[in-house]
Design a protein. Structure first.
Ligand SMILES: Cc1cc2nc3c(=O)[nH]c(=O)nc-3n(C[C@H](O)[C@H](O)[C@H](O)COP(=O)(O)O)c2cc1C
Length: 205
């Protein structure tokens, strides 16, 4: 089993989204001890935004691929994703949605003529489905009755990933991290417990 672990927090190992997504990876490894993990940090300039050639090719009817610039990078990231049996994403909420680093990864892997095609019924993904686990960290409440902000993050990921064929999506959340140290500690404990519960139930099923 290959696990691809994407982490979008610029805080590295200290990031709450990184820590919760690492907890997911630990649970997967506990159940599949021989699994390999590919870790890809997206922040800190690791991934550039797409370039002009890439935008030109995607705007045309061409299925051109290339070994340079964004097209080459896209090809490598798509290969990496295609080789993964499980995708784990750790991401903070930034200004109500995904950070631009994760958006850049999406712009590289959601590619017409490659990971999706147009049909009369709409866009259809070409990647075989596989489990996708997402850990989202936010400073305020993002879900439930206490949320005082719109959430364009989770609905966005739930819309864009199926476009390339990834529909089996499970989301974990750690919220209220900016509401004081006590709340943050309680949120972290709760979030980890939710991950552990989920995998315990899966194993029992
Ligand atoms: C640029 C920026 C924008 C943010 N926007 C939001 C937001 O819209 N809503 C929210 O609840 N928290 C927001 N936060 C707080 C982060 O989501 C929170 O600190 C989270 O823990 C960061 O995740 P990380 O620890 O994995 O880096 C923002 C933080 C930054 C730096």
């Amino acid at each position: 089993m290959n696990i691809l672990h994407l982490s979008a927090s610029p805080r590295g190992d200290q990031g709450d989204s990184h820590q919760l997504s690492s907890c997911i990876v630990e649970q997967l490894l506990a159940r599949h001890p021989g699994a390999g993990v590919t870790r890809r940090a997206l922040a800190g300039g690791a991934l550039a935004h797409v370039d002009g050639d890439y935008a030109r090719v995607l705007a045309s009817a061409s299925d051109e691929t290339g070994g340079h610039g964004s097209l080459g990078c896209s090809e490598r990231l798509i290969e990496e994703l295609a080789c993964a049996d499980v995708l784990v994403i750790g991401t903070p909420m930034y200004n109500l949605t995904v950070p631009s680093t994760l958006k850049s990864w999406i712009d590289h892997v959601v590619r017409i003529h490659r990971t999706m095609r147009r049909t009369p019924g709409g866009k259809v993904g070409t990647l075989p489905d596989r489990p996708v686990y997402i850990a989202i960290a936010s400073g305020s409440w993002r879900t439930g009755e206490r949320a005082r902000q719109p959430d364009f993050l989770e609905p966005y990921l739930r819309a864009v990933l199926p476009m390339i064929g990834l529909k089996d999506i499970t989301v974990f959340t750690v919220e209220g991290l900016g509401l004081g140290p006590e709340q943050a500690a309680a949120s972290r404990t709760q979030a980890r417990a939710a991950v552990e519960r989920f995998f315990a139930v899966q194993q029992a099923a």
